[in-house]
Design a protein. Structure first.
Length: 135
């Protein structure tokens, strides 16, 4: 509990001041998963971004793309950023084993935002109420 809060704070300070770390790709991935498990989604999203920036050809880069988008959407409610992340992932890795998942989540986001946009502005009336002029 408390340790992960302190680690998240230290990580933000390290990032803010550009202090180099000796964390390799696997270490960063482990840190990102620990942050998310502890409810520190913002910090986890930042660590996944660091993996994307520092290890763009690494073995966990595809997973980092997917998990970052997932956190942006599910945990942080930043749907637009999540959609951009999934689209960029699909453009960079069109044959990825994660392709179907990314496409399904994009579809779910589109459906979810479409439902919100089409919400009626007034209550619907029944057929009988329309005939008799009531709502």
């Amino acid at each position: 509990g408390g340790d992960i809060v302190e680690i998240a704070r230290l990580y933000r300070e390290i990032r803010r001041y550009g202090i180099p770390t000796n964390l390799n790709e696997a270490g960063l991935l482990k840190l990102a998963f620990r942050f998310r498990k502890a409810g520190r989604s913002e910090a986890a999203a930042e660590v996944f971004l660091e993996i994307l920036s520092n290890f763009p050809a690494g073995p966990t880069v595809e997973l980092a793309w997917i998990r970052r988008a997932e956190i942006l959407w599910e945990d942080l409610g930043r749907t637009g950023e999540a959609q951009q992340t999934y689209h960029r992932f699909l453009a960079e890795f069109p044959e990825s084993e994660w392709k179907d998942l990314a496409e399904a989540r994009l579809g779910a986001m589109t459906a979810q935002s479409g439902k919100r946009r089409r919400a009626p502005t007034r209550p619907k009336t029944s057929g009988a109420a329309r005939v008799f002029g009531r709502r």
